[in-house]
Design a protein around this ligand. Structure first.
Ligand code: ADP
Ligand code: MG
Length: 377
């Protein structure tokens, strides 16, 4: 749920430049909205992407990510609002410059290579109006950049998925766009290849200094490749910031939940303490708490690595909860514990001791950082 009432003061590491004009801005969206009938696929988005930055739009399926990319590319016109690339307005209040007149390249999810052209011809495809020598040099440079120089004369049909993605990337970068857009660039690769290609795609983008906007529903991908992440929900941007800042200081329950396993401890603030299902905790643990909240009911965000569950002796009167779930992830177990207060929390254990469902446990907070919190709904 979006939370408009609570402004958590940010640490110095958090970006605060979203609403102020930015001299280094390469891409600007001002109040951009796209309606289909009565429905807003994208609803009044403001976003600034800096020159040379890699920003990822992260959100669940249907939240408006592709529509946003298409409005930047010129494939969809906004119903209202403005899109600016560098110093130029490319779309404003329903009207705009066509895609080919924008300095924007796009890598599609399915790569869309031309099967009847060689790898080199694919890469040089957008360079029709270049001088032949320059074109040849540019194609050679790009094939070198993506590590495919020895594949220049191959057909893309004989390439692996990762190699096809490199060709698609090289082709989009060849005309030297100011802005590169990538829509779910790893979705067509198998999981093991995805992780390798993330690093590779980031390297290539950074080497060219292009400003890039990528789109994904995969939080791990977004956190690992991006300079900043914009978390989208239902046509809105909920939070923009560096990956660490968004993960550690989620501004809403939605962001907290979308960026990793989240449980919430219900609590009541009393002076400098919080009464919770884990006992009395110090309110100093809470991020940016002000005196206004004394006496308030709140929900405290706890992630599995913030908690530890210790089994009790057979005496069923001890402990503060009961094991109700167990998930084996390979490197760790994640136990679900129903606290006696009714809250269900998750605890990660990286040893191989197996506990039984129904066992009594004591859950302790082991976090070495402050915790995000939200007024109770
Ligand atoms: P995402 O890429 O985040 O999955 P989309 O931008 O594709 O989301 O879609 C956002 C919303 O807009 C969805 O509800 C989708 O059904 C709707 N939508 C997208 N394109 C069209 C269209 N051409 N006509 C009608 N509705 C659309
Ligand atoms: Mg999409």
């Amino acid at each position: 749920m979006p939370n408009d009432t609570l402004e958590i003061p940010r640490r110095t590491t958090t970006n605060t430049a979203e609403s102020t004009p930015d001299a280094s801005a390469m891409l600007t969206l001002d109040g951009v909205t796209k309606r289909y009938g009565a429905e807003a696929a994208v609803d009044d988005i403001d976003l600034t992407v800096r020159d040379g930055e890699l920003l990822t739009l992260l959100g669940p399926s249907g939240c408006g990510k592709t529509t946003t990319l298409r409005m930047i590319a010129g494939l969809t016109m906004p119903t209202s609002g403005r899109v600016g690339v560098d110093d130029e307005t490319v779309a404003s209040d329903g009207d705009g410059v066509p895609p080919e007149q924008r300095d924007v390249g796009m890598v599609f999810q399915e790569f869309a290579l031309f099967p009847h052209l060689t790898v080199a011809e694919n890469v040089g495809f957008g360079l029709d109006d270049w001088d032949a020598d320059e074109r040849e040099r540019r194609v050679a440079d790009l094939l070198d950049l993506v590590g495919l120089s020895s594949f220049a004369d191959r057909s893309p049909e004989n390439l692996s998925g990762g190699q096809r993605q490199r060709v698609a990337l090289a082709r989009s970068l060849a005309p030297e766009p100011e802005v590169l857009l990538l829509d779910e660039p790893f979705a067509n690769l198998d999981i093991r290849l995805r992780e390798r290609m993330r690093e590779e795609v980031r390297r290539i983008i950074k080497e060219t200094n292009v400003t890039a906007v990528s789109v994904t529903h995969d939080q791990e991908e977004a956190l690992s490749i991006s300079d900043r992440v914009a978390v989208m929900n239902d046509g809105h941007i909920e939070q923009v910031g560096r990956p660490e800042a968004v993960f550690e200081h989620p501004k809403s329950r939605f962001v907290a939940d979308f960026l990793g396993q989240a449980s919430f401890l219900t609590g009541r603030l009393a002076e400098n303490n919080i009464e919770t299902g884990l006992g009395t905790l110090s309110a100093d643990l809470l991020q940016g708490l002000t005196a206004d909240y004394d006496g308030a009911r709140i929900d405290v965000l706890v992630r599995p690595d913030d908690l530890r569950a210790t089994p009790c002796d057979d005496d069923r009167r001890t402990g503060n909860g009961t094991l109700v779930g167990r998930q084996y992830t390979g490197p760790s177990f994640v136990y679900g514990v129903e606290l006696d207060t009714g809250d269900v929390v998750h605890c990660e254990h990286n040893h191989s001791t197996e506990h039984e469902l129904g066992e009594r446990v004591t859950v302790d907070l082991v976090a070495d950082h402050t915790l995000a919190w939200y007024p109770a709904e």
